[in-house]
Design a protein around this ligand. Structure first.
Ligand code: NAD
Ligand code: DAU
Length: 358
């Protein structure tokens, strides 16, 4: 038995692979293109671990995916691979359409061909779990109820539109072909190994470097925040017990305005690593807003709790403290990301610039 994970060198996928192998011995085949967001240094503790087989490659490469499915015969595909940053999607949407839409299509077709040819017992247990986002539902007003699974899709950014398209493909492959799919729509994650282009890690690393803390617009946009390992636990739970064809919203019950997040991070840093120049809040700068910036996301996570018994283990207070502590304890990981040295990791580690490595 094995599972195929796509995007397992990214933030959530990396945490998922580490947690999966910490909790059991079922091998992981990890297919990741290693874009700027993929970082094998995150998985350095798995070096030499035969349970982790890393393959550098593109989910759009149908022949490669077919070969991996035939060779490893995974019982499930957990699909994280995506372009994930909203601001990048505004500057250049093309790669989002290619990976998130075409890539998911290509993966679904490969999964369908593989699954169709399985013996009946393996067909019955095979799963395709698609990891998606709450952003597909659009933006909420201040008094609107949180997003339930029945909320209409109203994506507003190129990123969320591409994820919405991928969700629709996954749904259609179940409805039309019977492919046993599961979809999770999760809120904003935070935690270790988060690339410092996203709000929380950017604020931590900029503050420590004495750089400005850019807050878009009035800072009152609201997100729901979930500690990444709670998200990983939710995915394992849906994979094990979820009903095929269903979607499950995953969230932390932590609605917080961006400016409040920035203050919380600053005060934690003031306590854990005070600056000689004074409180970190001095670095906060309000900057031009993100075009089309969604005002509020909130997740109604009652279905996954009611049906599958999942609830987040971390409060925001405990999760954000662990996160800040992790960044303070891992300056080397941050420095390699900032210098770009992490991109040389495959070469340094394996003596080759790219390609399949075990
Ligand atoms: P990330 O950007 O940190 O990682 C994405 C990974 O996918 C990288 O390792 C990258 O190299 C890989 N990748 C990109 N294009 C690829 C391709 N064509 N073929 C193979 N690999 C490719 O993203 P993340 O934050 O870890 O998000 C993972 C998934 O979870 C995404 O699907 C995202 O939409 C979803 N999601 C993220 C959040 C969040 O808060 N970060 C919340 C909900 C859902
Ligand atoms: O909701 C889930 C989504 O959360 C995921 O699907 C995405 O992959 C993930 O990137 C994240 O999207 P956001 O756009 O919400 O995350 P980001 O960290 O980019 O921004 C969080 C909020 O902070 C958002 O309202 C924009 C704001 N922001 C962001 C940055 C990077 C700032 O004010 N300043 C910044 O410098």
């Amino acid at each position: 038995m094995a599972i195929l994970v796509t995007g397992g060198a990214g933030f959530i996928g990396g945490n998922f692979v580490l947690d999966w192998l910490a909790g059991g011995d079922e091998p992981v085949v990890n297919l990741d293109k290693l874009t700027y967001a993929g970082n094998l240094e995150t998985l350095s503790s798995l070096e030499g671990d035969a349970r982790h087989r890393f393959v550098q490659g593109d989910i759009c490469d149908a022949a490669l995916v077919a070969r991996l499915l035939a060779e490893h015969r995974p019982r499930a595909i957990v699909h994280f691979a995506a372009e994930s940053h909203v601001d990048r999607s505004i500057h250049g949407p093309g790669e989002f359409m290619r990976t998130n839409v075409e890539g998911t299509f290509s993966l679904l077709e490969a999964a369908r061909a593989h699954w169709s040819a399985l013996p009946a017992d393996a067909r019955a247990t095979f799963r395709f779990l698609h990891v998606s986002t709450d952003e597909v539902y659009g933006s909420l007003g201040p008094d609107d109820a949180p997003f339930s699974e029945a909320h209409p899709y109203e994506p507003n950014s190129p990123y969320s539109a591409s994820k919405a398209a991928s969700d629709h493909l996954v749904r259609a492959w179940h409805h039309t072909y019977g492919l046993p799919v599961l979809t999770t729509n999760c809120s904003n994650n935070y935690g270790p190994y988060h690339f410092p282009e996203k709000l929380i890690p950017l604020m931590i690393v900029n503050a420590l470097a004495g750089r400005a803390l850019p807050v878009y617009g009035d800072g009152r946009n609201v997100r729901d925040w979930l500690y990444v390992r709670d998200h990983c636990a939710a995915i394992r739970c849906v994979l094990a017990q979820g009903r095929t064809g269903e979607t499950y919203n995953v969230g932390g019950w932590n609605e917080i305005a961006n400016i409040d997040i920035v203050h919380i991070v600053c005060r934690l840093l003031d306590r854990l690593q005070p600056s000689a120049d004074g409180p970190y809040e001095r670095l906060i700068r309000f900057v031009a807003d993100r075009p089309g910036h969604d005002r509020r996301y909130a997740i109604d996570a009652r279905k996954i709790e009611r049906e599958l018994g999942w609830r987040p283990a971390e409060s925001f207070e405990s999760g954000i403290e662990k996160t800040v502590q992790w960044y303070l304890a891992n300056p080397g990981w941050v420095a390699n990301v900032q210098s770009g040295a992490y991109r040389e990791w495959v070469g340094m580690q394996y003596g080759q610039p790219s390609g399949a490595v075990a």
